[in-house]
Design a protein around this ligand. Structure first.
Ligand SMILES: Cc1ncc(COP(=O)(O)O)c(C=O)c1O
Length: 218
């Protein structure tokens, strides 16, 4: 990414953990990008699953060009609320705020978001459930020959069935016939076996494990 910077580069955005891979970038690499002085957005949409200890928010103290974005759409389970927030230096916040229309966020979503932030117990419950399910799916599917399950720190898991001789698109189609919607992923790194699942209820996760096993064995 550093090598891709040109005089035309306006901003750098990194999702951490990344989507669709679900992994974190090493902390030292954030410093390298922050040091460029370019506006640098760190998207922490899924940070709560691994915990705020993994946040890059500490960079804000040293680098005025760094911004951190978060959302209530993921671990808070409130995607329909359309509420997110930005952490940045006062100067950056003031500049962005001056471009926003008044009441760009509704009063009710604001109150609902505050209530969600205060309910730390419920957040911990959802995070524990999610992380247990990520572990369960990973363990179950690690037995499947030729299926590469990428370790995830988020609420989705990216998989590659190329070594099982399978295409990701065929997996998605197979699952759809069984009533399960998977996320297709285009070919990358010379492989076309990619697909992504999102964590659901325990029952749904068991179903998806069985369907993936069935597809890989077919
Ligand atoms: C990395 C990342 N950032 C942000 C978002 C968007 O969240 P919101 O619902 O707040 O628009 C998503 C949603 O898929 C995401 O994957």
């Amino acid at each position: 990414m550093l090598a891709a910077i040109t005089p035309k580069t306006k901003a750098i955005v990194i999702a951490n953990p990344n989507n669709p891979t679900g992994n974190f970038m090493p902390a030292a690499d954030f410093v390298r990008i922050a040091e460029t002085g370019l506006p640098f957005v760190v998207d922490e949409a899924y940070i709560e699953y691994a915990g705020l200890g993994m946040s890059q928010v500490g960079l804000l103290k040293r680098y005025e060009n760094v911004m951190v974005t978060r959302t209530l759409s993921k671990a808070y389970g409130l995607a329909g609320l359309r509420f997110g927030y930005l952490l940045a230096s006062k100067a950056v916040i003031d500049t962005i705020a001056s471009t926003l229309i008044p009441w760009n966020v509704g009063t009710m979503p604001m109150w609902a978001a505050l209530a969600a932030f205060e309910d730390t117990e419920a957040l911990a419950e959802r995070v524990t459930f999610n992380n247990d399910q990520v572990r369960y799916i990973g363990e179950e599917l690690s037995e499947v020959e030729g299926l590469n399950v990428l370790p995830s720190q988020a609420n989705y898991i990216l998989m590659d069935a190329s070594d099982a001789g399978k295409k990701g698109g065929d997996m998605v189609e197979f699952a759809l016939k069984k009533g399960i919607i998977l996320r297709p992923q285009s070919a990358m790194y010379g492989r076309d076996g990619w697909f992504r699942i999102t964590i659901g209820s325990a029952e749904e996760n068991k179903m998806v494990v069985d369907v993936i096993k069935e597809f890989c064995a077919s």
